[in-house]
Structures are given as structure tokens and as C-alpha cells.
Design a protein around this ligand. Structure first.
Ligand code: 5GP
Ligand code: ZN
Length: 139
């Protein structure tokens, strides 16, 4: 078994587990962006969104929502939360077992998204409409 997260679930690799049910588990990220940064993962190996059972994906989000509330009540510095899932290497995924990051945020923590040049401009409505139609066709 080469997947590090499957190995954690099997008890073959160390992790600080904080939640487990029949469909997902959560443990502390080994290299936290901020203290309390945790990951929620499906028990059944799935690489990304395309092979993640949608009901399990919804469940992972629900558990992430509960853990976000627990983080806020934990005493760890946490004035906000980022939920983040990188799907694919170009989106920043480095571990290819799907996972939802739950990241506590405080003012001045130094974390954030980097926006591309020209980001502040609003595209014309016609452009957005064409893009919306393209996406709608894929539903
Ligand atoms: P990604 O870049 O794929 O969205 O995030 C992968 C995350 O997994 C990173 O935040 C990284 O620190 C974390 N990670 C990588 N290997 C391990 C590990 O062996 N144990 C734990 N707990 N987290 C890991
Ligand atoms: Zn896996």
C-alpha cells in the first residue's frame, strides 16, 4: 500500500487522529499552515473529485463543518476557517488521496491565496454568460 493516507487509516503510519466514522476520518496535518490545521479524508481511497462518491463528499463537508465549530471552541487561535480541497496537481494537490483541509485563520497569519495579474477587473457579462452556458452543458 503506497498511499500515505491509506496507511494512516490502516494504522501502519503515525497520525494524530481526532475523528473517525464509517465513511471518513480526520487527523492533524503533519505540516500545519496554522496550529490546528486538520484534514478530513474518505475511508475508501479516492484520488480526487472525479472518483469520490458524492454522498461521501457531502459527508466529508459535514464533518469538516463540525470540526470547524470544534476548532473555534478549542482554545486554539481561530477567528475564521478556510475549507480547501485541491483536486489535481495543478490545483496544488500533493497527496493523491482526496482530503478536505480545515485551516484555522487569524489576522496576520501570513496565509492566503495569490491572485493572478489583472484579477481586480470584472469580465464583461457576455463572457460570464458564455462560460456559464459551457459549464451548464456539462451538468
Ligand atoms: P495537498 O497539497 O495535497 O492539498 O495537501 C496535502 C497535505 O497533506 C499537506 O498539507 C501535507 O502537510 C499533508 N501531509 C502530507 N503527508 C502527510 C502525512 O504523512 N501525515 C499527515 N498527517 N499529513 C501529511
Ligand atoms: Zn489512499
Amino acid at each position: 500500500m503506497h498511499c500515505i493516507f491509506c496507511r494512516i487509516l490502516a494504522g501502519e503510519a503515525e497520525a494524530s487522529l481526532l475523528y473517525r466514522d464509517d465513511r471518513c476520518a480526520a487527523f492533524m496535518d503533519v505540516q500545519p499552515v496554522t496550529p490546528g490545521h486538520l484534514l478530513v479524508i474518505p475511508i475508501a481511497h479516492a484520488v480526487g473529485l472525479a472518483d469520490l462518491d458524492p454522498a461521501t463528499g457531502g459527508h466529508i463537508f459535514q464533518v469538516g463543518q463540525r470540526l470547524a465549530a470544534a476548532l473555534k471552541a478549542s482554545g486554539l487561535p481561530c477567528n475564521g476557517i478556510d475549507l480547501f480541497l485541491a483536486d489535481g496537481a495543478e490545483a496544488g494537490q500533493t497527496v493523491f488521496h482526496a482530503h478536505l483541509h480545515v485551516i484555522p485563520r487569524v489576522k496576520g497569519d501570513g496565509f492566503g491565496f495569490r491572485f493572478p495579474p489583472g484579477y481586480p477587473q470584472h469580465p464583461p457579462r457576455a463572457t460570464l454568460d458564455v462560460q456559464a452556458e459551457s459549464i451548464r452543458c456539462g451538468l
